[in-house]
Design a binder for this molecule. Structure first.
Ligand code: ZN
Ligand code: ZN
Length: 359
């Protein structure tokens, strides 16, 4: 398996008291053995690792996968059980966040009583939270594509252009620069639609006097970027400007507060308390952020419910928002890495108030 990642996973197995671990989730599979295809199983035991995939991925796996054995199956689950049985793996852990109940039932039926299954959840969730230098480099690269692509499409953001057109141009600009896929369906929400925190780009045309919120990202070698910008299209109402300033301040305060060792819920509270103090508590309904890595939303959730400490090397987003039905909304998002004494931003588009000139 890749570098020291095999050691981390084996420590986890030891702590859980299992002979083997079966991984079906692609991000963990990629993290541990490098496979970037869309179907496969990784079995990790104390003394070996086996990667199983089908004929479509046989040669890709040979070139890509870091495992002791690569096995091509005709029937995934039958072969998985055969391998576990032949290798005398009896106490088998699995990723409970990923395996469906249907799959679990099928495996249990195939294995009958020869295997005891142990669901593992939290411990596996935190496997990928501390990013290595190489991972940070890829996350930075993905973030820099955001910066360049956004600069390219900025002149297109003007009255009469549809939200969807902006999303499409951004997608092209990111892919032209080497972005692998869009990290998610881009949110381009203007005017009243800005009140939809997940307002996927529509056919609505931008208009003078509106705010537009653009939430987008891409992927480089599996690692994602995630960033949100809110811009004013010409002169906007005083109350929209006030909301913008509140969200920006909440974003800045949260960034300044980042320290390893603080509880994640305390970080969420920095932004939430400020927004509440300004009278907008009920309009900030989501968590402050989330982890970013091989998945665009991954552990840790930066929310009021997360009582874990923030740790150096975690990569999280800081994305407060205020959404007022019938009026509009603002979200401002950066992705940052937690450092020994604070944070370093990965995303780099300036977030201060920007009023686009309109004719
Ligand atoms: Zn986002
Ligand atoms: Zn996000």
């Amino acid at each position: 398996m890749i570098g020291s990642r095999g050691d981390s996973i084996r420590q986890l197995m030891l702590a859980e008291g299992v002979d083997a671990l079966v991984l079906l989730g692609l991000p963990n599979i990629r993290y541990l053995c490098g496979f970037s295809g869309t179907d496969g199983v990784l079995i990790v035991a104390a003394d070996k690792s086996l990667f199983l995939t089908d004929s479509r991925y046989a040669s890709q796996a040979k070139n890509q996968v870091c495992a002791d054995q690569i096995i091509c199956y005709k029937n995934k689950f039958t072969r998985l059980i055969e391998e576990l049985t032949q290798n005398q793996m009896k106490r088998v852990g699995f990723d409970a966040d990923v395996m469906s109940v249907a799959t679990f039932n099928e495996l249990q039926t195939l294995a009958s009583d020869s295997i005891e299954w142990y669901p593992i959840s939290e411990k596996l969730r935190s496997l990928r939270t501390i990013k290595s230098t190489e991972e940070l480099q890829l996350l930075r690269q993905a973030a820099s594509l955001n910066l360049d692509a956004f600069a390219e499409i900025l002149p297109l953001i003007k009255p009469g252009v549809s939200e969807r057109q902006i999303a499409l141009e951004l997608e092209f600009a990111l892919k032209r620069r080497g972005g692998e896929v869009t990290a998610f369906d881009f949110i381009v929400a203007s005017g009243e639609r800005g009140a939809l925190p997940h307002g996927v780009a529509s056919e609505k045309l931008l208009q003078k006097g509106e705010l537009v919120t653009i939430d987008f990202g891409t992927r480089v070698a599996g690692y994602h970027s995630d960033e949100t910008v809110t811009l004013a299209i010409g002169k906007i109402d005083g109350n929209l400007r006030q909301i913008f300033d509140i969200v920006l301040k909440a974003h800045d305060l949260a960034l300044e507060a980042i320290q390893p060792g603080m509880l994640i819920c305390e970080l969420d509270a920095v932004a939430r308390d400020y927004i509440a103090g300004q009278g907008y508590a009920e309009y900030f309904g989501h968590g402050l952020g989330h982890g970013v890595g091989l998945e665009v939303h991954e552990y840790p959730a930066v929310s009021a419910k997360n009582l874990e400490p923030l740790q150096e090397g975690m990569v999280v987003t800081i994305e407060p928002g205020v959404y007022i039905p019938g009026t509009g909304g603002v979200r401002i998002e950066d992705t940052v890495v937690v450092t020994a004494d604070g944070y370093a931003a990965l995303t780099a588009i300036p977030k201060q108030f920007k009023q686009l000139a309109v004719s």
